[in-house]
Ligand binder design. Structure first.
Ligand SMILES: [Zn+2]
Length: 495
């Protein structure tokens, strides 16, 4: 089995989800023989709140808000498959939150996280990216900055300093030197070598690709295929630095939005091409005919739809929580998948049932394999006994994260109030769990852009139903907490 997770890939930027640009020609074709879930919803966002759901079928805050990552000894897709005799290998493109530090190597015989990756910096990029620091120039800059701030001129200063930096930065020779994460090509190469070493054993290969993640420096080939011209490295750097500025209003930022999205889309195009290359090599090794192939993302990405950029956990809008999910099963024809929202929580149990492997009882999700095969919706009141085989009914998709936690390495960042989402086929409730907080309910049919939280009449029953689901989730979080797992994770974090 192959599981490909793509960082920051939102569903609506993939061709198979109706995007207007040809970002995913290979996956679009693969979709015709796959199950494509229309509404796959992450268990949390960003990366560190998403992966417990994907790999361990567990809500991200289930062990407590102060626990990030997987607990030592926790069952995951990888540990279960390894125990069942599978060769297990993981290649992750340099995301520090998916590392042994957070327990993600568990169950993998080979785990390569590329955290030692460095683009080959040219002399120019070193000087351009070096912060002012303690140099005389830096001191001078800080003096000007504080002076400008005192006069209320800091915006002007920021503007001048940005333009100045752009001017003194010599032209970058290539986007490859600017890239912060290893390209999918490097990971696929390593995966191919690993597959060659596996022989005839059944295998589980996990690839985590970072190409669409900011800063957006896609390979030129992918950019050319999408934009019809070559990328200009200097322009790409300018756009990334501009997009990253904290002093600009959304209105100013929006002037460059389309160009930035073009870079992001080219990253997706590159992922698509590398996925094609991986499948090609599986075919050549005569492995493809028996290979289950799943592709999804850990969360999406914002491009000012609600005023934000990147993917901070301050909003649970669709561009963040709705991700692609494609599952290709040999011998199964792709059928129409119900529009019921499918939480990532149900992915690992579903994949295990497809593989004929028993899911551990600790998994919080249910297998939806029978539902997928029979085109049966799975939303409705959850059934209490999760061991029942056959089609499942599960509650709405729950999404949770610590509000505003952009640096989980800092304990105080993790202990912010919980941001909770409840997403059913039509409505989404978003609430911060803190005293005095009020909830927002969005009608995704009437208001797909989530511009107007609905407050009135007909929403009352919906509001009650979703709040009830939120309450049940919070109660379960406390009552079902595994104290031993929690302690193990706490001890690991104190190392
Ligand atoms: Zn991520």
């Amino acid at each position: 089995m192959v599981l490909v997770t793509v960082d920051c890939l939102r569903a609506d930027h993939c061709g198979l989800y109706g995007y207007s640009r040809p970002t995913t020609p290979f996956l679009d074709v693969l979709a015709s023989e796959s199950f494509v879930v229309p509404a796959a919803i992450v268990a949390g966002a960003p990366t560190y709140y998403s992966f417990p759901g994907i790999l361990a079928s567990r809500m991200p805050l289930a062990l407590g808000r102060d626990v990030v990552g997987l607990a030592p000894g926790e069952s995951t897709l990888a540990t279960v498959l390894r125990e069942s005799g599978y060769a297990t290998g993981a290649f992750s493109a340099g995301n520090p939150y998916i590392s042994p530090r957070f327990g993600y190597d568990q169950g993998f015989e080979v785990f390569h996280d590329f955290l030692d990756f460095e683009a080959q910096p040219t002399q120019e990029t070193v000087s351009a990216e070096t912060p002012p620091g303690d140099s005389v120039r830096g001191h001078l800059n800080r003096s000007i900055e504080s002076f400008a701030g005192a006069l209320g001129l800091s915006r002007l200063y920021n503007e001048l300093y940005f333009q100045y930096r752009m001017k003194i930065a010599p032209a970058a020779e290539s986007v490859d030197a600017l890239r912060k994460f290893p390209s999918a090509e490097i990971l696929v190469n390593q995966a191919q070598s690993w597959l060659a070493s596996v022989g005839q054993r059944p295998f589980f290969l996990w690839l985590h690709l970072m190409d669409p993640h900011a800063p957006y420096y896609p390979p030129n080939e992918a950019y050319r295929e999408l934009a019809g011209r070559d990328i200009e490295p200097g322009r790409a750097r300018y756009l990334n630095e501009y997009w990253n500025r904290s002093d600009l209003t959304p209105a100013r930022l929006s002037r460059k939005r389309d160009e930035v999205v073009q870079l992001y889309d080219a990253g997706i195009r590159w992922v698509d091409r590398q996925a094609a290359r991986l499948v090609d090599s599986l075919r050549q090794r005569h492995l493809w005919d028996d290979c289950v192939f799943a592709l999804t993302a850990d969360h999406g990405e914002e491009f000012l739809e609600h005023g934000g950029r990147y993917h901070s956990p301050v909003r649970l809008s669709e561009e963040i929580v709705r991700v692609p999910l494609l599952i290709r099963v040999p011998g199964e024809r792709g059928v129409k998948v119900p529009a019921s929202p499918m939480s990532h929580l149900h992915l690992a149990p579903t994949l295990l049932e497809i593989m004929g492997v028993q899911a551990p009882t600790a998994f919080q999700g249910r297998s939806l394999w029978t539902n997928l095969q029979r085109e049966m919706a799975w939303d409705g009141p959850a059934v209490a006994d999760p061991t029942t085989a056959g089609p499942a009914i599960v509650g709405p998709a729950i999404i949770e994260c610590a509000y505003g936690c952009t640096n989980p390495f800092r304990a105080e960042s993790r202990s912010a109030s919980r941001l909770l989402g409840v997403r059913d086929a039509r409505f989404k409730l978003v609430i911060r769990i803190e005293p005095g907080a009020t909830e927002e309910v969005y009608d995704l049919e009437a208001d797909p852009a989530e511009m107007r939280p609905s407050t009135d009449g007909p929403a009352l029953e919906t509001r009650k139903r979703l709040l009830q689901a939120a309450r049940e989730h919070m109660e379960r979080t406390v009552s079902a907490r595994d104290p031993v797992m929690r302690l193990r994770a706490r001890l690991r974090d104190l190392r």
